[in-house]
Design a protein around this ligand. Structure first.
Ligand SMILES: [Zn+2]
Length: 258
């Protein structure tokens, strides 16, 4: 993979990609996709207008996407959580790095104060929020770690510092390509927010070496979105669009694995 080659060229060994010092899982030629169901455990995420918890929608959707991706036989797929447990945001990044992820997809269905807003949207890391609504959303998503309690310290080694700006640029380009692919594939079957591709400083997207996107599959604050996301058949359609987006993303890579 190009990113890995650049890291090696920059004198960055795989050892430094894993904050706790364990050896990274060796990569095979089969791309590793890490799916990140948002929230969990004591952090319910957004609570829908009829009481649905975002954490349950996120996990059910990620498990459906994992099933569909596994069925293609083209990817290895891991989830940051497979149960209803709380995982701090930096640890989610660490999990993706331990698995040697080629792509990280965080899955959410959050809430906005404006209950009329509905539709799916996709976010990448940006130094500046693309708009006020996205800035507020990032604050809300990043606040998940308040559940970690006062003893929790957000202090993983700053992987970004040891990587060259070239690697970071490539990661950002990959993230943007993936976000574009999600919007493209959703537009056929899944209702999208206006200007659905946005950016802000999401903490869970800060892996310097892994293209990462955060997908809001809809908003729990909107009655129609919440009702749809409660339905398994709707989640199957959302997962199918995300699977197609992932396939298109990898197919377009220079060393395409199909
Ligand atoms: Zn969320």
């Amino acid at each position: 993979m190009i990113t890995r080659r650049l890291m090696l060229a920059a004198g960055v060994t795989a050892r430094f990609c894993v904050p706790d010092g364990h050896a990274a899982v060796p990569r095979s030629n089969v791309p590793m996709v890490v799916l990140d169901p948002g929230h969990g455990g004591k952090d319910p995420g957004a609570i829908g207008v009829t009481g649905t918890y975002e954490k349950h929608v996120a996990l059910a959707s990620a498990q459906e996407l994992q099933r569909q991706l596994n069925a293609t036989g083209k990817y290895r797929v891991e989830l940051t959580r497979t149960r209803d447990v709380f995982i701090p945001l930096p640890q989610r990044v660490t999990i993706a790095q331990k698995h040697g992820a080629s792509l990280f997809v965080s899955m959410h269905a959050d809430a906005l104060t404006d209950h009329s807003v509905r539709g799916a949207s996709v976010y990448t890391l940006g130094d500046h929020a693309s708009d006020a609504q996205t800035a507020a959303l990032a604050v809300r998503e990043n606040s998940a770690d308040r559940y970690a309690g006062p003893g929790f310290r957000d202090a993983p080694p700053d992987v970004a510092k040891i990587l060259t700006s070239l690697v970071r640029q490539e990661t950002r380009t990959g993230s943007a390509r993936m976000a574009h692919s999600v919007v493209n594939n959703f537009s056929r079957d899944i209702r999208l927010l206006q200007n659905p591709q946005r950016q802000a400083g999401f903490a869970v997207l800060k892996a310097a070496d892994i293209p990462s996107v955060l997908v809001e599959m809809g908003f729990m604050s909107n009655a129609q979105d919440e009702a749809a996301l409660r339905q398994a058949d709707h989640r199957v359609r959302v997962a199918a669009a995300m699977k197609s987006a992932i396939e298109a993303y990898f197919a377009a890579l220079p060393n395409a694995a199909g």
